[in-house]
Design a binder for this molecule. Sequence first.
Ligand SMILES: CC(C)(COP(=O)(O)OP(=O)(O)OC[C@H]1O[C@@H](n2cnc3c(N)ncnc32)[C@H](O)[C@@H]1OP(=O)(O)O)[C@@H](O)C(=O)NCCC(=O)NCCS
Length: 223
Amino acid sequence: MDVGARIGFRELSRTEIAPAAQLLARGMGDNPILVQAFGPDPEKRQRRLDRYYAQVVPFIQAKGGFLGAFAGSTLVGVIGTLRPGFCQPGPMDALRFVPSLLANNSPAGALRVKRWLDTWALHDPREDHWHVGLLAVDSDMQARGVGTKLMTEHCARMDTVAATSYLETDKAINVRFYQKFGYKIAGQAPVLGVSNWFMRRGARVEGRGETQEGKTQSLAAND
Ligand SMILES: CC(C)(COP(=O)(O)OP(=O)(O)OC[C@H]1O[C@@H](n2cnc3c(N)ncnc32)[C@H](O)[C@@H]1OP(=O)(O)O)[C@@H](O)C(=O)NCCC(=O)NCCS
């Protein structure tokens, strides 16, 4: 059943961050990179993911924000984006992040998470971009049009400010999903033995389509 038509959107407030983290842990729990990083045991992985997202979600909220998709009053999907220049953790963020990572994972597990995030960081574009840090629809609501609605809303917001948007994914089915919104594959690399794709959606100026590479700011300024 397509529930997309009945979905409403709004920015998440601070008090909605914990439910968003729990939804992300449920919705993304089976993604291959997370299985590699947090282990094959579903229960242990879920516990580790709950704690991991409890750290990551406030970081994204502080450096960008979350848009929530609601069916009535129920949060059913979220997209978290980091604003240009803020997608990599600074030293203070790392100081907060590392102890929790070590407390909730084996040393080998914590190293796997570090290797994964370091590899993604290496691919990060140098140009200004909004970074889609997290996207998930709750596990029992997937394939019903919610993710499409969230991405449509995100892309409309990017177009309003003529911004480039960038993301990583570890699933081929998601590559096709993002391509529908104009994202193109900018790179591909194995991470912890899993195929990962790096995808970019160039800035668009309304009525003119995608701007040329590197001309985003000047075209936007000329508008
Ligand atoms: C990817 C995701 C956000 C898409 O949202 P959704 O509400 O399930 O998707 P929609 O119903 O709007 O659109 C369906 C499209 O999504 C893609 N898709 C990705 N994962 C899917 C899944 N588990 N089930 C169905 N479609 C999926 C397909 O391209 C599908 O297109 P098709 O119907 O032409 O095959 C959602 O499935 C999800 O949360 N998946 C798990 C977490 C994840 O991978 N997040 C993205 C991290 S990069």
